[in-house]
Design a protein around this ligand. Structure first.
Ligand SMILES: [Zn+2]
Length: 254
């Protein structure tokens, strides 16, 4: 708990200390966290951290807390540093997390796609992450999640042309391979290097265009329609609750 007060004090030596609460929660995927805050007579910052943060060193947790504080306050305080030695520690910690994460999900057709693409375009250099199907989504074709070392691919690709699946897989593998680049204030996910490697995919422009067309006209399997409708409602409600809350979105790459 002391680390949270220190985190604040080092960023704001002159500012009044808010009420700070730290909770460890089961609600999150591994190493996720968020903060909710209230400004009032006495400001309140409520941090929720996934359970596995408990056993992590305080200096790394301090970096996590400072990263979230910087997100909250950076608009209000323009001279607030964008990074500290602790946020650097924390960023390095997250970059190496994938090594300690247990691999439990390996959807066979995704594993095949991963191995094809890893061999052809990445010299077999990328360690296999968890691989699973996501929701039926046309907007999010794939994601790579750092904390859980998981590539998820939209379920629309389940029985799709192999090339379409592979081009999405290639994009997500690049996220895992290149991680993120920090440039003091901005984090680049799709850097120039990323885009140029992405175009290394055989007949990239053509396959990408065909894949976009495929997804545009692809119909949802009938049995799933109802599920999606109820899921969408849930999503809307969740968005309402998300006001004044910052999560570690940067760990999730689309
Ligand atoms: Zn991306």
């Amino acid at each position: 708990m002391k680390f949270a007060y220190e985190a604040f004090e080092e960023l704001f030596p002159e500012k009044e200390m808010p009420n700070i609460e730290i909770k460890y929660s089961n609600r999150f995927s591994a190493y996720n966290a968020n903060v909710k805050y209230k400004h009032g007579l006495k400001n309140e910052l409520n941090f929720a951290l996934s359970k596995n943060w408990r056993k992590v060193d305080d200096s790394i947790k301090k970096g996590l807390i400072q990263s979230l504080m910087i997100k909250i306050y950076r608009k209000q305080y323009s001279n607030l540093p964008r990074k500290t030695i602790y946020t650097d520690l924390y960023n390095n910690f997250t970059k190496n997390l994938h090594m300690s994460i247990e691999k439990t999900k390996a959807e066979p057709s995704l594993v095949e796609s991963f191995q094809r693409v890893n061999q052809k375009y990445h010299s077999d250099s990328v360690e296999q992450p968890n691989l699973e199907w996501g929701e039926y989504s046309k907007r999010t074709l794939g994601t790579y999640n750092y904390q859980t070392d998981t590539i998820k691919i939209s379920k629309y690709f389940e029985n799709a042309n192999q090339k379409f699946l592979d081009i999405v897989m290639h994009h997500e593998i690049l996220h895992k391979r290149l991680k993120f680049k920090c440039n003091s204030s901005k984090t680049y996910h799709h850097s120039a290097e990323f885009k140029s490697l992405e175009k290394g995919f055989e007949e990239y422009e053509k396959v990408n265009k065909e894949m976009q067309n495929f997804i545009r006209y692809k119909r949802l399997p009938v049995a799933s329609t109802q599920y999606i409708a109820s899921h969408k409602n849930k999503e809307l409600n969740n968005n309402k609750n998300l006001q004044k809350q910052f999560s570690l979105k940067k760990w999730l790459f689309g």
